[in-house]
Design a protein around this ligand. Sequence first.
Ligand code: ZN
Length: 304
Amino acid sequence: MNDDIPFDKNLELAPDIVDEPAPGVRRIMANNPGPFTFKGTVSYIVGRGKVAIVDPGPDDAAHIAALLDAVRNETVTHIFVTHTHRDHSPAVPAIKAATGATVYAEGPHRAARPLHIGEHNPLDASADRDFRPDIALMDGEVIAGDGWSIEAVATPGHTANHMSYALKEKNTLFAGDHVMGWATSIVAPPDGAMSDYMDSLAKLARRDEAIYFPGHGPAIADAPRFVNYYILHRKAREASILHRLSKGTTDVPSIVRAIYIGIDPRLTGAAGLSVLAHLEDLVARGLVVTEGQPAIDGVYRLAG
Ligand SMILES: [Zn+2]
């Protein structure tokens, strides 16, 4: 799957070892590899002397210690959080307590839409519901630090509160889980929403940051071109779903079997939710119909 995107899975980075992939940007990866996290969550340190940390990462004692060790003899003035999945934000309280830094993010975790009657949230365990920023950021706000300034770029879709951060001096974007170099982003209802996700991709395509540093995997060079691949990939996925529906009434498991050939079995549940995200969008646009609200166990057909 995903042969259409030029993925890069080369990441020669050992857990909890600091490197500096660009001048003034250091990174350090947590030891939490998995089907959704690749080799691990990457935390970033911006600046020198008085620094910001982007995405402190999971609540992992070794990672927290390594991150604090990396900024020993420096002052952490700011913590930026891209979103509230458990591999990105739960280390915030420990880093804040040790450094006194101010925590910036879009807001607490929330779903992109209310739960339907009888629906349970399959993503509950992945969310950090304890997280609260000190300062809630609006799209376009610029926060100035010592020798760097960061613009908040709202990129909802993967989660409703997903924020990317543009490092103005370096023409660089911290992309969180919105755009990653090693795999497509997961967009899973009710926390994620495909229409928001596509709007956020289109928004990034209009910007000019050349390099992205994602929450997982290596840096993305030639970022605008990569974002266009991501957009084309989503449109192709939507076309595949519409093609399957053109053959008759069907359900989410049948669509997953038809379009995710050779998928890692651990990702089947996520693939089903990703298909549901597309179906929600197609129903909202009047192209597909279903009984009641679009649901994971619903039956779908083309409109008209
Ligand atoms: Zn995430």
